[in-house]
Design a protein. Structure first.
Length: 269
């Protein structure tokens, strides 16, 4: 029988940037008392433009160091790109439970009425064999149209820093799907990057009212709650964010956004 973790042991949420805050928002609903450390590899952003080998090395190295230092009860890789590439490797090297993030293709296939699903992700995510396997397993008989929309990562980061974002970014993401054969029948779009729900309102304007969006955040939060069921939680210190890199101005710009998600301390890694 596994021993119960220290009640102060945190849930560690890891992302390349602020996208994992969409997962944290859902986690707060189901486990409001859980102490959280949010780690953002801002020095490595954007992951979607890196090679698989680079992403795997960064994610395994960082999570190994963070696990040693902070002794989390559970790690959530709140990043589709990192999960689809490095999840199995991280599970091999760390003893702690690891929850990954996978594109919400299964619920999208259950939701669609027309049978045509759009998927927006980073370039690295949409080319993964993992996504091909999800399509074969859960979207048989459906059409899945994919489009890499890396600009949306920057748009979400800018929005959370309080900077204006050009609406053309969201129109380009919509057009990337609409240009594909059969796209006029898309009624469901999978947001296959944790950054994208942070700009869901802007995407809804670009796509129009006939399209529904789905992402994996609520499902991930439920999974974390299930894996920590029956554990004790105490929060001796306020929840904090750990940011890689030396950009203190960026940390200052993100502080109000982190504050909205209950994170009052920001430390540079």
């Amino acid at each position: 029988m596994a021993h119960s973790p220290d009640p102060a042991a945190p849930v560690l949420l890891f992302d390349s940037g602020v996208g994992g805050l969409s997962v944290l928002a859902e986690l707060r609903k189901v486990l409001p008392e859980a102490p959280v450390i949010y780690a953002a590899d801002l020095a490595g952003l954007p992951y979607g433009e890196k090679s698989e080998a680079e992403i795997a090395a960064r994610v395994c190295g960082l999570l190994g160091r963070l696990s040693e230092r902070y002794q989390p009860r559970l790690i959530c890789i709140a990043c589709n790109t990192a999960s689809t590439i490095a999840l199995a490797m991280v599970r091999d090297v760390l003893e702690v439970p690891i929850v990954g993030t996978v594109p919400a293709i299964k619920p999208a296939a259950e939701m669609t009425r027309t049978g045509v699903i759009g998927l927006l992700g980073t370039a690295a995510t949409i080319r993964q064999p993992y996504v091909d396997r999800l399509e074969v397993e859960f979207a048989k008989g459906k059409t899945l149209l994919r489009h890499a929309a890396p600009e949306l990562v920057g748009a979400a980061e800018a929005k959370l820093r309080g900077e204006p974002v050009d609406s053309a970014v969201f129109m380009r993401a919509a057009e990337g799907l609409r240009r594909q054969p059969g796209a006029e029948r898309i009624d469901t779009v999978v947001l296959a990057c944790t950054h994208f729900p942070l700009v869901k309102d802007e995407l809804a304007q670009a796509f129009g009212p006939q399209v529904h969006f789905i992402d994996g955040a609520a499902g991930i939060a439920r999974r974390i709650a299930a894996l920590t069921a029956g554990q004790q939680f105490t929060r001796p210190d306020p929840d904090c964010a750990l940011l890689t890199g030396k950009d203190t101005a960026l940390a200052d710009a993100l502080a109000p956004a982190f504050g909205k998600f209950g994170i009052s301390r920001i430390l540079m890694l």
